[in-house]
Design a protein around this ligand. Structure first.
Ligand code: ADP
Ligand code: ZN
Ligand code: ZN
Length: 729
């Protein structure tokens, strides 16, 4: 009998798969998608079979044997395997690591995959026959079989007990997956507004693979439309995936889905324990989970019948993983939908320029919701010219006056500043010395509450010095503002009302955000100060004033996406402003959004203020096109870092030489120091690859990246490839 070999993805940081011999006892049983225990060096690792075993040639020397089959049936379907292999290729990440990133912890370590018990039960033919012959004293059993007569029911609807166990054992009833259960809504959905109804009809026009860009401000009823589309899928016995950018936003979505659909809703995100995640994973795999709400990594879940993907806040940078396997969940979702031939909905008030560009080019269908349900459009952003104004801790008198006015009228105010801490700089008034991080090319941020200086780039901390590190003087001034400082200033100015800060320092404790959100809704908290945490998802009906402390920094941000992000954040924060005048019984003042700036004439700000995000996006797209930047070109970034200052540039120079011969239609930059050259003690450099053709870019990466390992300095530097990087730092 000839021998067989199987290609296995082994979780090691190498750009290849490994062939193993299939022992005779596994013949005929081994299928692609099963986990295998394989020897690797002196270790034993859990790998995944990528393909069906194939005939080995005559020469089988040097191959080792698969030691154990860990699954009785394929754990990963061909569809999921194919998706993972595509992602490993596209993002140039070792296939074994990608495969193992797909598995929840317990399964990655080789634990048995226990599929959850099927949630439904149904009468079998022999059960129907038995029903006629059962003696009447078997009351419980008869009742059980009778209940199941008309059709399958969820287990939870039936009394557990000896009758159920006996019926199962006798083969009178059998289990069925959730997808086979009759579908019923757990609540009556609201009647759609005419605008929503039109948008839903637009979504329903999808046939097969289709990407709909659903653009609508917060509160315009996007989620309601997701629910409608999900319901259609569930009625057909399909499954749906709803992605949210971050953990904080999943509970609200889960809650709404549970309210609407009852059981069969599962969550999947990193805030859950490994065991919980493993359970959701297996429920997606068995069909017990009909809808999964998850963050980024849920895009790889092993659904058996996925028929719809929804990506909420599709512009959010969190969809791109920033380390290790650097995939974009949004882009993987597009590919998955395409391979499955199913619709995808991208929802946002402020779509990414990439998505707008795709819509403009006819690849996505744009569907709009312009008004908020029951209210008008959110207020326009107005500029507040800071030039010549007296500032107190970064706040101008006109803005403070507005806060007072809104408080007096019974409203709530939100002050947005996207920087934590008290001040981003501590400066000596005598000699100009600044507290800098020892490990980074960056200044330390003063955190007054903790009495420490903290580096926001590497996390280094030290007690706040009382003396200047240059001249020994004692006049150390905090310069610039962070959330703590704005909070302080507002507490001093408005001592009679409750002011609270919302940033990751303040909200570190679990459940803290929920508590504070309740206090906002009850009106107990009147002034909110916060970072982008406040920009996302939450609706504050009583909020009447939004003040943006500063957006000027972004106008000169080093990254090419800085202004796009600023426009998205400002628009999202502005969308928090709740009721404008006109709601029944509403006495709150008309909502206003004020943006403090020293640059009211800046073209990007002018656009944002006069035409909102769509107008800004149009300007930015034109700028990107002129500069040949994404979405008008495609980028990949090769990064290298080392403690040794020479090495990163030297490695990248060698890498460039290796890539150059394959770089047809791809521009290779010279290796350059990173914008922040030193971070966390490492000296960093990068090389940019740019092309108008995705295929050409992929070609040079395919030819070159796997060989970078062989360069002389490859083991002395930490290097990585980032395809479609979110930023160029
Ligand atoms: P978005 O996802 O765009 O922020 P939602 O779907 O969450 O918008 O809708 C905003 C609010 O309006 C929610 O409280 C939702 O329950 C409610 N809502 C949405 N559509 C309707 C409707 N047709 N009738 C009544 N209330 C609605
Ligand atoms: Zn000094
Ligand atoms: Zn640092």
């Amino acid at each position: 009998m000839s021998l067989e070999l199987v290609a296995v993805a082994v979780p090691v940081p190498l750009y290849k798969t490994f062939d193993y011999l299939v022992p005779a006892r596994m013949r005929g049983r081994l299928q692609p998608g099963m986990r295998l225990k394989v020897p690797f060096g002196r270790r034993q690792l859990v790998g995944v079979a990528l393909e069906a075993p194939r005939e080995a040639g005559a020469d089988t020397e040097g191959y080792r044997h698969v030691e154990e089959l860990l699954d009785e049936e394929a754990l990963l379907s061909r569809e999921v395997l194919g998706l993972a292999r595509w992602a490993a290729d596209y993002y140039r990440h070792p296939p074994g690591e990608v495969m193992s990133a797909l598995l929840p912890g317990p399964l990655r370590r080789g634990q048995p995959a226990q599929l959850p018990e099927d949630p439904g039960l149904r009468l079998t033919r022999s059960g129907a026959a038995a029903l006629g012959e059962l003696p009447s004293r078997k009351k419980n059993l008869r009742k059980l079989l009778q209940t199941l007569g008309p059709g399958p029911l969820p287990r939870s609807a039936l009394p557990r007990g000896p009758a159920l166990a006996l019926a199962l054992e006798s083969g009178w009833i059998e289990t069925v997956p959730a997808t086979a259960l009759p579908f019923a809504l757990a609540e009556t959905p609201p009647e759609l507004t005419p605008e929503q109804a039109a948008a839903l009809a637009g979504l329903q026009a999808a046939r097969g693979f289709d990407v709909a860009l659903l653009q609508g401000v917060t509160g315009s009823g996007k989620t309601e439309l997701y629910l409608r589309r999900v319901a259609e899928v569930l009625e057909r016995g399909g499954q749906a995936l709803v992605l949210a950018p971050e953990i904080g936003l999943t509970p609200q979505l889960v809650e709404r889905l549970v309210q609407r659909f009852g059981e069969g809703v599962a969550a999947f995100h990193s805030g859950m324990s490994e065991a919980e995640r493993g359970k959701s994973w297996l429920r997606a795999r068995s069909g017990a989970a009909r809808v999964v709400v998850g963050t980024r990594s849920a895009v790889f879940l092993p659904f058996i019948r996925l028929e719809l993907i929804v990506i909420d806040e599709e512009h959010d940078p969190s969809y791109k993983q920033q380390e290790g396997f650097r995939y974009s969940a949004r882009d993987v979702a597009v590919l998955r939908a395409q391979r499955l031939g199913i619709p995808l909905i991208l929802g946002s008030a402020t779509p990414a320029l990439e998505s707008l560009h795709n819509a403009g080019a006819g690849r996505y269908r744009r569907i709009e919701l312009s008004a908020r349900v029951g209210r008008g459009a959110p207020p326009q952003v107005q500029a507040l010219d800071l030039r010549g104004q007296l500032l107190q801790h970064g706040l101008s008198e006109p803005l403070l006056g507005k806060v007072q006015q809104h408080l007096d009228a019974g409203g709530q105010a939100l002050l947005f500043i996207n920087r934590r801490g008290y001040a981003p700089m501590l400066v000596c008034h005598d000699c100009g010395w600044m507290a800098a991080c020892q490990h980074c090319d960056a200044r330390m941020t003063l955190h007054r509450g903790r009495r420490r200086l903290v580096c926001h780039h590497c996390g280094a901390q030290q007690p706040t010095p009382s003396r200047c590190g240059g001249c020994g003087g004692s006049k150390l001034l905090p310069v610039g503002e962070g959330t703590e400082r704005i909070e302080d200033a507002l507490r001093n100015r408005f001592p009679m009302v409750r002011t609270e800060r919302f940033d990751s320092d303040r909200l570190a404790r679990k459940g803290e955000l929920e508590k504070l959100l309740a206090d906002i809704r009850s009106g107990d908290i009147r002034i909110l100060v916060g970072t982008q945490i406040l920009a996302k998802g939450h609706d504050f009906p009583g909020l009447s004033l939004v003040g943006i402390v500063s957006a000027d920094q972004a106008l000169y941000g080093a990254d090419f996406r800085a202004v796009e992000r600023m426009g998205q954040l400002v628009t999202q924060v502005a969308g928090r402003a709740g009721r404008s005048a006109g709601i029944e019984g509403d006495s709150a003042p008309t909502a206003e959004v004020l943006l403090q700036t020293h640059e009211p004439q800046h073209p990007a700000l002018l656009r944002l203020i006069t035409g909102g995000y769509p107008a800004l996006a149009e300007l930015l797209l034109a700028e990107r096109e002129a500069a040949g930047l994404p979405p008008y070109s495609h980028l990949a970034l090769l990064r290298a870092e080392s403690m040794d200052a020479e090495l990163p540039l030297r490695f990248l120079a060698a890498a460039r030489e290796l890539l150059a011969p394959h770089a047809a239609d791809v521009m290779l930059s010279d290796p350059v120091p990173a914008l922040m050259e030193r971070r966390g003690g490492y000296v960093r450099a990068q090389l940019l690859l740019q092309s108008t053709s995705r295929a050409a870019l992929q070609k040079v990466l395919a030819a070159g990246v796997t060989r970078l390992d062989g360069l002389p300095d490859a083991r002395k530097v930490r290097w990585s490839v980032d395809v479609d990087p979110a930023d160029l730092f």
